[in-house]
Design a protein around this ligand. Structure first.
Ligand code: MD6
Ligand code: FE
Length: 220
């Protein structure tokens, strides 16, 4: 008899493991989000309805291959004027949808499991990758203080996460991220360069031909 919460093909959550062997500032929590998925997906639909995912322009004027939206008090935006956090969705002029309770619970439990107590995110960036979409190496430095970690949740198709160093040219580790995986990073790793390799074609049983990434931040 299968008394597990998880379907046979899925992994039960594993113990947190360092992203960089021998260090503890950045942790990979394999499958940590799986018990939350049934709650996350309808909440995600509601966010996408209120604040549709869109291809924002980089400061250089090119549309990003990743479609984005946000929930919480602040949302991350980019346009010709640059990158920043904003309290209003520029597409609607309205506040971003509130952060669903299940989002906040997942983010706080994951942070705690990775060794970061009292994580209080005020922003959740929602990223949608279709096959071919990618995220170039970047640092997350638009937040006001870098003492809070970032919690990143992967849903849908697998992706290759690129985890670099303090300089853009540092060689990046390639880490496969699967549906339900959570990465928590902060501390000495907070400003590491990172990105996502072009998403491979595929079909996920729950999410179809896409990867959704949620990143929770304390922006203000
Ligand atoms: C992504 N993630 O996984 C893009 N940033 O789709 C990020 O850019 C990111 O996963 C900061 C911390 C964790 C992340
Ligand atoms: Fe990032």
């Amino acid at each position: 008899m299968n008394l597990s919460l998880f379907a046979d093909e899925e992994q039960a959550p594993a113990a947190p493991a360092p992203l960089v062997p021998g260090t503890s500032a950045s942790m990979l929590l394999r499958g940590f989000a799986l018990p939350y998925v049934a709650g996350l997906l309808p909440a995600l639909d509601a966010i996408a309805h209120a604040a549709p995912l869109r291809h924002m322009l980089t400061p250089g004027g090119l549309p990003m291959s990743v479609a984005m939206s946000s929930c919480g008090l602040l949302g991350w935006v980019t346009d010709r004027r640059g990158y920043r956090y904003a309290a209003l969705d520029p597409a609607s002029g309205q506040p971003w949808p509130p952060m669903p309770a299940v989002f906040l619970r997942l983010a706080q439990e994951a942070a705690l499991a990775a060794g970061y107590a009292h994580f209080n995110p005020d922003a959740c960036l929602v990223n949608r990758y279709a096959p071919g979409a990618r995220m170039a190496l970047h640092q997350d430095r638009d937040e006001r203080d870098f003492t809070a970690p970032i919690v990143s949740v992967s849903l849908g198709l697998p992706a290759t996460f690129l985890f670099g160093g303090a300089a853009r040219a540092d060689k990046a580790a390639r880490i496969p991220l699967l549906h339900g995986d959570v990465v928590v990073w902060g501390g000495v790793d907070r400003l590491r360069f990172h990105g996502v390799a072009p998403l491979k074609e595929g079909e996920h049983a729950l999410l179809g031909a896409q990867r959704i990434n949620l990143t929770f931040r304390k922006a203000s």
